[in-house]
Design a protein around this ligand. Sequence first.
Ligand code: NAD
Length: 380
Amino acid sequence: MASVRHDDNGSVYVQVEPLNALVSETFTRSGCSRAEGERIATRLSGANLRGHDSHGVIRVPRYANWLNDGIQVADVTVDVKLDNDMLAVIDGKYGFGQTVGEQAVDIGIAKASKNGMAITALQNAGHLGRIGDWAERAAAAGLVSIHMVNVRGSLIVAPFGGIDRRMSTSPFCAGIPMSNGEDPIILDMATSVVAEGKALVALKGGKPLPDDAIVTDEGVVTGDPQPLYGTVPQGQFPDPNNGPGALRAFGNHKGSGLNFLMEMMAGALTGSGCAGALNEPKRRFCNGMFSIYLSPEAFGHSDDSFVSEVRSYVAFLKSSRPTEPGGEVLIPGEKEKQVMAERLASGLPLAGEAWSDIVDTARNAGMNESEIETILGGKP
Ligand code: NAD
């Protein structure tokens, strides 16, 4: 099968390996080490593989701009500012989230594997991408984990009852490890109706938004992503900071309250800082992440007693009769697994404009047409 396939509707299907090679080379030529380029490529395409196109390769042009502008920094090693058996406070120093996130999670895993439980407070991380990556990493080490994340400097969500942007999309994520080669169970969700990147995907011609995702400057609720971005000047990448409207928190007052909790834990408690402040609404962009790691053995579980109770409850939950004929009750993370199986076979679907932005970023990083075609095994 060709590694890049265009359909009649303007969509493009790209196989994962050549896509990773192109994205990795783009970042290597832009100043990252090869290892970091590969990490960024694998994590971004991994989000696409699981159906989270919002946190996938559509971010390549924006990450490249951030690297050029010094908003994110290549090849950072985190500083551990405070360290004891239970807790590490970690400064990510604006390094790529794919790099400093991995380092922070590994610190949490090492502590919890030794002491049964641990907390990490990560400040000033570059964009941490799909937070499910971090819960999966902890689960692979046999640990339950909970991750609360905020986005300092990203005011794109309106609180319940408000029009003006005061919040970020602040994701919440948790992972449950399984055994015998079974995939972990991963709940991974923005606390806005959709993650910002899903609005970007819709703006670029991809999947439309739910019709309650956006509130306009006039307080009208809509599914049109345009008010989030405003008018995008020709040749510029859409910036959600520029629009007059806002994303809405999911679940009305309850989701808005959960979003507030992310600001408290990932922003205030970690020391990373909340989305904004009255005297300082425009703060420097970063992710803060408050993470808890728990070993089931520390709760007295020996052998498989925790996992077998989880397994038994999953079977009970899924036995609920579906609301739709032929439908199915899914557990957290199950949808992602289904999408992954399909996309490994079909290639990753991208809106045509998103794909041409990615190829343009490779060109801007110094790749010529023949180098791009060699990597892709044909024309983009
Ligand atoms: P989503 O709405 O697609 O999924 C949310 C959760 O619901 C997932 O755990 C999924 O498995 C589950 N789910 C989906 N369909 C289901 C069904 N039919 N039945 C039962 N469960 C179902 O995700 P989202 O809220 O759009 O978030 C997308 C991604 O954006 C996440 O990976 C998140 O970490 C990421 N994100 C990152 C940042 C950041 O700053 N780094 C900010 C916001 C969001």
